[in-house]
Design a protein around this ligand. Structure first.
Ligand SMILES: [Ca+2]
Ligand SMILES: [Ca+2]
Length: 280
């Protein structure tokens, strides 16, 4: 069984020191819980931390230079919209982490995603959980080759990419996760490459684990957050997003429902996480 180093802290300075976003993404993958060799497809479970700064629209954008938080970030060219002045958090946007996949892989969360992100100026409450805030209310435009997003505000989201940098070519159509569209209780979703999709906590309102099928050509599944001013328009407003979501992503792996004891351990871990973040 292979193991990967568990991330030690969300320390911003430490993270800035690592220039290559791919390395940063890998460093934030938690313990590789298990690898099983299946006859056809490889099965694996990854523990991933998704920070409020992980802009889903920057997935795979190793070509973008993200200015430090105290500098303006404006166009022309790829940029996220920032607040006009300093935020209390002064959080710098980050390229989101990814896990490796192959076309046809079936992805499910191994346990419902947990955690909270504070999307507005100031630390802590109100926190949005991985399911976001409400059934609709966010309509964000595409950024270069990555699609827009339409659905609940600020959920855990994903996008499948191949190995290329998604900065050229037209963005695919925006999927609709409002009640008038796909909603959030779908059982199976097959997004196209570069098409942002809602994950939320990964289970339906009836506690059925939802599945996401990797499109042909996919090599990576990025996990991040869609944000914008008022959760609408051009992507941005990440510079006040403290907090994080945590998710165990299963590839070709049946989900496990945690027993009460392990849920307690998870809750303690989250308490420790919150404590660290507040002291940081
Ligand atoms: Ca905040
Ligand atoms: Ca925000």
């Amino acid at each position: 069984m292979n193991t990967m180093k568990t991330p030690t802290s969300p320390d911003q300075g430490q993270r800035r020191a690592i220039s290559q976003s791919v390395l940063r993404s890998l460093s934030r993958l938690g313990v590789l819980v298990g690898i099983l060799v299946a006859p056809i497809a490889q099965a694996a479970v990854f523990d991933v931390v998704v920070y409020g700064s992980d802009a889903i629209f920057l997935a795979g954008r190793t070509d973008v230079a993200i200015p430090t938080a105290d500098q303006p970030w404006t166009g022309p060219g790829t940029h996220l919209i920032r607040h006009g002045g300093a935020t209390p958090e002064e959080i710098r946007e980050t390229v989101p982490p990814f896990v490796s996949v192959t076309g046809g892989d079936v992805v499910k969360v191994a346990d419902p995603a947990v955690g909270g992100v504070s999307f507005f100026n100031g630390y802590g409450a109100p926190l949005f959980g991985p399911g976001g805030n409400g059934l609709s209310g966010s309509s964000l435009t595409s950024l270069d080759g990555i699609s827009g997003y339409l659905g609940p505000q600020g959920p855990l989201a994903g996008v499948f990419l191949d190995d290329s940098i998604p900065s050229s070519g037209p963005a695919p159509a925006t999927l609709d996760f409002t009640l008038g569209g796909l909603g959030i209780d779908f059982l199976s979703l097959a997004p196209a490459l570069r098409q942002v999709f809602y994950i939320g906590d990964g289970v339906t309102s009836g506690n059925v684990f939802q599945q996401f099928v990797a499109p042909a050509g996919a090599t990576r599944l990025f996990l991040g957050i869609p944000d914008g001013f008022g959760f609408g328009g051009a992507p941005g407003a990440y510079d006040d997003n403290d907090g994080s979501y945590r998710v165990r992503i299963g590839i070709n792996q049946d989900p496990t429902i945690p027993e009460p004891a392990s849920m307690g351990v998870l809750a303690l871990g989250l308490l420790g996480w919150t404590f660290f973040r507040r002291r940081a």
